[in-house]
Write a protein that binds this ligand. Structure first.
Ligand SMILES: [Zn+2]
Ligand SMILES: [Zn+2]
Length: 206
């Protein structure tokens, strides 16, 4: 496809614009004036597609950004600028004594958390933590449930009397460790087959 006259004109204008402004530090500083006094430009501006580094006095950190992000999108220091969602998460975690161990990437993306009360580390999306389950899954899972299956309690007692680990039982009964652990923690109710299988072994090794 050939370019029309008008497109050629636009293209030339674009190239000339680039030439004029490519190496002009002053021009860039004028464009970056929205940042205010707190930002100090440490590197030379070489064009919109190249990176520049600022020193942000307020946080004391270096901020490297593509110059175009400053000129066209009016970006701010990444270390300081936080979305509303992230600010909400930070406040929630401060109020609930929870440490944030990985980067925030939106309300739906999982973040690593550590409650200071138990030091367990777990992943959960910020929206789940704030509006869903607040408790640590480890502390929550290990706590016996009120309507705990009495047969499973018997089973656990029997297993411990014989000194068998969950893995021993899983191997013997050809079940996964995960299933045994879920049953014992009350995450899952045992089905008929599992109960009769357990009963069989419990009668056999009294
Ligand atoms: Zn900053
Ligand atoms: Zn915990």
């Amino acid at each position: 496809m050939e370019l029309g006259k008008r497109e050629i004109h636009d293209h030339e204008r674009f190239i000339n614009y680039g030439r004029e402004h490519r190496y002009s530090n002053d021009w860039f500083l004028r464009k970056a004036s929205y940042l205010g006094e707190d930002y100090e430009l440490l590197t030379d501006y070489k064009g919109c597609k190249y990176k520049v580094t600022f020193y942000h006095k307020k946080c004391g950190k270096l901020w490297t950004v593509r110059a175009g992000g400053v000129v066209l999108d009016h970006y701010h220091c990444v270390h300081c600028f936080r979305s509303r969602g992230e600010r909400r998460l930070i406040k929630f975690c401060k109020d609930n004594n929870i440490e944030i161990l990985s980067e925030y990437a939106g309300m739906k993306a999982k973040v690593k958390f550590k409650p200071k009360s138990c030091n367990h580390e777990f992943y959960r999306s910020p929206s789940d933590l704030i509006w869903g389950t607040k408790e640590c899954p480890y502390c929550n899972g290990l706590r016996p449930k009120e309507n705990f299956n009495s047969f499973i309690l018997e089973f656990i007692k029997w297993r411990k009397i014989h000194g068998w680990t969950q893995a021993d039982i899983a191997y013997q009964l050809k079940m996964s460790n995960h299933t045994i652990s879920d049953l014992e923690r009350g995450y899952k109710e045992p089905n008929k087959e599992q109960i009769s299988l357990f009963k069989y072994y419990m009668d056999f090794y009294k």
